[in-house]
Design a protein around this ligand. Structure first.
Ligand code: NAP
Length: 281
């Protein structure tokens, strides 16, 4: 790579959605409309925006989006009862529980209540374990998006040193495992990591999944590193200081229009795949 490569998430997302169109038509011919149920609890504006974006993306592609909006005082038991109904509903193929959920809810228990067959967001422990073994049907969407961007742009993974900053169960950990399964050498960093800048400086591939705006500094990077910014902070700002990192990186995702749109495309892809599986039975 000679020039800087801006990893265009909108373009990657379009290519994924283009492939889905024929699949959705084929399902429709069998009388099956893929359906994603989204569960939103409370009135968090950011969560409402995310759910609306996901619903709109479904609509544009001909996927049904069933929106369930629960009161902010909903208990864990009430939420699990709703999830159980959706598990049983043959018209629903995927379930997305928008998180974070209000503090009174046991988020892990709620995630675990989602049937593995409908866990299109890869949030269950079983889905996580399948991803670790390398055979998940529906790995977590943002990690899957990061891998899709690397593959779309044919960026080599095998033998490369990938440094992941963040170890959350939906992002940092699963993307680390995916990169490991593709034969990268993986270092996972977190809030207790010492000498973070030195760690980042050793990376061929950097995944920023910290949740802190402009956290990764340009002068931490080795020249020619590939930077994937999963961060999405207030004001459309990523976890990477984009302008400074652009000077050192060989390839970098912008925010917005980087990892975000591909994450949504992955959710749609998983929902269609879940509908296809049902069609086979
Ligand atoms: P999270 O659960 O808050 O995890 C953040 C991780 O960053 C934790 O592992 C934490 O370490 C680590 N961290 C915090 N401060 C650090 C520091 N000073 N040095 C090194 N590591 C530090 O966040 P998340 O859900 O993984 O999300 C991360 C980012 O991705 C956020 O900006 C979020 O908005 C974004 N996101 C984007 C999408 C998308 O579609 N683009 C989807 C999901 C999330 P500890 O484990 O030690 O606390």
């Amino acid at each position: 790579m000679t020039d800087k490569l801006i990893l265009d998430g909108a373009r990657v997302a379009e290519s994924i959605k283009d492939e889905l169109k024929a699949k959705i038509e084929a399902l429709s011919a069998q009388g099956i409309i893929p359906c994603l149920a989204t569960i939103l609890i409370g009135e968090d504006p950011a969560s409402e925006t995310y759910v609306r974006m996901k619903g709109n993306a479904c609509k544009r592609l001909g996927i049904t989006s069933r929106r369930i909006h629960l009161d902010k005082a909903t208990s864990t038991e009430e939420l699990i009862a709703v999830i159980s109904q959706l598990n049983e509903d043959p018209l629903v193929h995927g379930i997305l529980l928008q998180h974070p959920v209000p503090h009174q809810i046991d988020e892990r228990a709620a995630f675990e209540a989602i049937s593995i067959h409908k866990d299109v967001d890869g949030v269950t422990a079983l889905g996580f374990a399948q991803n670790a073994f390398g055979y998940a049907d529906y790995p977590s969407c943002t990690p899957a998006a990061i891998m899709a961007i690397l593959d779309y742009y044919r960026i080599p993974i095998e033998g490369k040193h990938a440094v992941i900053i963040g170890r959350s169960p939906i992002l940092g950990k699963p993307v680390s495992l995916m990169l490991l399964n593709r034969n990268a050498t993986v270092t996972i960093c977190h809030s207790k990591t010492l000498n973070l800048a030195d760690m980042v400086g050793l990376a061929d591939i950097i995944v920023a999944a910290v949740g802190k705006p402009k956290f990764i500094q340009g002068n931490w990077l080795r020249s020619g590193a590939v930077v994937l910014d999963a961060g999405y902070n207030a004001g459309n700002v990523g976890d990477v200081d984009y302008e400074a990192c652009l000077l050192k990186a060989s390839a970098i995702t912008p925010v917005p229009a980087g990892v975000g749109p591909v994450t949504i495309a992955m959710l749609l892809k998983h929902t269609v795949a879940a509908a296809e599986k049902l069609a086979l039975h």
